[in-house]
Design a protein around this ligand. Sequence first.
Ligand code: ADP
Length: 751
Amino acid sequence: MKKIGVLTSGGDAPGMNAAVRAVVRAGIATGAEVFAIYEGYQGMVDGQGWIRRMAWQDVGGILYKGGTLIGTARCNDFRERHGRLRAARNLIEHGIDNLVVIGGDGSLTGANIFRQEWSGLLDELVERGELPYELAQEHRELTIVGLVGSIDNDMWGTDISIGADTALHRITDAVDAISSTAASHQRSFVVEVMGRHCGYLALMSAIATGADWVLIPEAPPNLDEWENKMCAVLKNGRENGRRDSIVIVAEGAQDRYGNEITCGYVKQVLEERLQEDARVTILGHVQRGGSPSAFDRNLSTLMGAAAIDAIMSDKFIGQATLIGLKGNKITHTPLEECLENTKAIGEAIKTCNFERAMELRGNGFREAFQTVRTLVRAIPHDPLPGQKQRRIAVINSGAPSPGMNTAVRAAVRLGLDKGHAMFGIYNGFAGFADDEIEELNWMSVNGWAYLGGSELGTNRHIPANSDFYKIARGIEENNIEGLLIIGGWSAYVSALELYQRRNNYPAFNIPIVCFPATIDNDLPGAELSVGADSALNSIIDAVDKIKQSAVASKRVFVVEVMGERCGYLALMSALATGAERVYLHEEGMRLTDLAVDVELLVSGFKQGKRLGVIIRSEDANETYTTDFMCALLEEEGGDYFTARKAVLGHMQQGGNPTPFDRILATRLGAKCISYLEEQIGAAEPVSACIGLQSGAFRFTEFHDMQRQMDMENRRPKHQWWMELRPIARTMSNGRNHTGDPSLPKALTDES
Ligand code: ADP
């Protein structure tokens, strides 16, 4: 039987608990013994009660908690060989030769050194008579799996680290709040965000909040007199009607010669050169705190489960491997390579080799930086000589989705920046047929970066009959040369309706791009649509509260979430809240399933269970409705529990977009404008939908897009997230597996 130790080390990060829970539960479920090592490396060095075998229930109720409940510490002893020697002895005492280390680059550096020395440490212990030779031989190989737990997202080898998304939530909440007070007083605010030598949090929060200037360590202002440039941009913004100015400064910001740029200095510059009232806010540790976001809960869960898979597969015995995420795929990279590249970025920044630093951060980072540089400008600069001005229209269609405004803002501003005329079509395709088209300017979309809903107006109207003629006329009269359609399923169907009529209506023979914006995440060509992350966070906020109420009164809740026939929101929210059971249309629902679940719930409550949460996708089954399920549970629960329903409804479509959605919307918007530019000039213009596919933005031409659509069920034929169902099952009740006696015999309390 494998024995696995798990620890959290270094700076804490929201999501660490979810990762520990996943390691423990996936480990137990696959027949391993899992030990939590409390207080990071200190617990490993001190041994004894700091290393404890974990049972299934020991990690119950921690998924939604911030920080790390098994504790973390900075441990100087572990930096020395004598400390690591004690740590090795303590591990072997418990039979542990597999370690999952959740921490930042410091912790993972320590882990790597520990693995390199392992054999030597065992020899020394044998020599000293502290370890029997046979035992040392049994544990010759130490296997290490690293998960990056750090809000800074400063580690090479993964697109994103555990905690960074939650930190962005904290930052955007704070900056949104600051913006409203700043706007009231026409003030400037200088906001310092964390990140040590990595500008990720600063850059992404600048995109997400629509900040006016950002300073990051990897790309300092490339002018000696950058202060003048910054002030000119801010002044320009004021003259064009902006009421607030927000400057985001990364903790490690510096100028091109490596001199630190502090918030105090930026404030002084603003006050002296602009005669403005400027205030400094250093966000500090709020960025680390609080409940993890939906994304971080699921990221941690997937990474934790992947760590166990890696250990159990025996493919990485005696190695140190980093689990990363690229797009929506888990990756395995030698830890050493990740540490070397991370170190190289640090060196590049220190030696002012910024080109190299940006290169190592990757294309996504560089592109995000370019986008933010354009978006901060108050007014577009003159088009480059020889650049053709195009006329591009933007429309929202389908149900409202958080992030639609962000997308329109990005597309309009980036289009204007390149010298194009940008038009807004109001009220979806109904408005299009009624000629509700207006030219937009830079300030028309001011403040839209963080606004939920759709300022252009949106509805599910799909053009039919005389609409086609009217829309064609609208396109011709306004000389529209390209169309960006931002929306959900009906937006895509509408696009196809126009496309299929392009022979009858030559006006439709223009490039059209479909941009995925729906909370349902049910669109072809895109693994993630804008709005789904916001909806997921609304759901987990609601379910966290529902759970508290359920515990108080011994209740089972059936929570109905949106998604029509697509179970994405249901599955991902079940994963993020630890719901016991999830029902999806894709899997269908049978009476026998319900009977088994009722049985498990009843026996669970008999054994002292206090709450139950079942998540049901709204169209999971026409006959077994939410009301039916509730009635069934209420009847069968008898004296043990009562049942209630919670239909979350339209709150899922509302609210301001999360940072993830804002960033995705902005980056997709930028790509769409470039694509339309290319296609407008082409001899045979192509129409396509855009989306994230395996970590890259790709365009899928309309004929392929159509082939990928399951028209009857209004969802893509292939849905990548269906592969996550076994993990959701394992985490909630281990029902996939056998083995450990601590496995629940019935659906157990919480999650
Ligand atoms: P983070 O993991 O968040 O980067 P630190 O850099 O503080 O945090 O590292 C956390 C712990 O990892 C340290 O207190 C120490 O115990 C261990 N550690 C860090 N660097 C090394 C190293 N070079 N050798 C051995 N242990 C290290």
